[in-house]
Design a protein around this ligand. Sequence first.
Ligand code: UT7
Length: 332
Amino acid sequence: MIYSRIAGLGYYLPEQIVTNDDLSKQFNTSNEWILERSGIETRRFFKEGTDTTSSMGTRAAEMALKNANLQAEDIDFIIFATLSPDYNFPGAAVLVQRALPFREIGALDVRAQCSGFIYSLSVADQYIKAGMYKNILVIGSEIQSNILELSDRNRSFAVLFGDGAGAAVIQATTDVNRRILSTHLHSQGKFAEDLILEHPGSKIFDRMNPKIVEEGRHLPVMQGPAVFKHAVVRFPEVIMEALNANNLKVEDLDLLVPHQANLRITQNIQKTMNIPAEKVVSNIHKYGNTTAASIPIALTEAWQEGKIKEGDLICLAAFGSGFTWASALLRW
Ligand code: UT7
């Protein structure tokens, strides 16, 4: 049997650190509100002219390749998860393909928002198990600071999001004891408008006009409390789905790496599922919500900090716009 495993991890974070106090100088918010409601202390904002979503993804990919002891030419396929590609088209994956000396391989963008990294991991896992590819680069990268309006009307959204990138090399293996055990993907499109960035979109002829900007319909909109309520149900559900599929129990978990949406969501999952806090990775205080990048950044940091040992059982889980939600269970 062919399985797949994570052979290398990497991330890239833009240099500019933005504090809650920096934001509260620009609109009506406060460090206390942001910290209490989300757990966020700082986030990173990209530097125009230096960083793009694809260039940050490329930097993360370089680190993942190095950690996997591979060269760009060893990669067979690129998958790029993002809600903030450099261009409306082409996708970001082809821009990574041209940035490093890859062969003329397939390059696919995945649009699953906060679940994008796990969706991409699942796609990579299937290609590898089918015997089609041996080494696949999976990237999650976002520039979101420029879709936030630092204003009162956008304040509940603007305080939560940040920029960053993470990457993983997924590699074929025959080792049944160290591999991706399973992935589980879900969606519920009836909630598509509960977390949405509508314009510029293709539904109207002029795509963008002054009225849209005046009404703020070019800004992301989130029904925050509704998203929160769904998230705290779907996270435990999809984590249990992964454990049940492998005849494993919550107590068997060594590490849970949830998408970093809100510290209160992470704490809620931990308490509902009775998982010790030290087994749950949280770095939202540093980076805010980086959407498709949050899981690979958190996983890479956990690995760098020595929190991951050979043979550990690791669960990745995400919930976000779509709604989409997903989990992956790994034996490291
Ligand atoms: O990653 C994708 C998935 N996303 C998520 O999972 C996010 C889920 N939702 C959340 O994390 C939370 O709902 C938020 C952090 C977005 C909001 O927290 P909340 O506790 O649900 O606050 P709320 O939206 O119910 O607002 C409470 C109050 C309101 O004032 P009133 O009506 O009680 O007077 C808001 O106007 O807080 C006010 N508020 C703010 N105050 C200061 C909203 N945003 C801010 C702000 N600063 N930035």
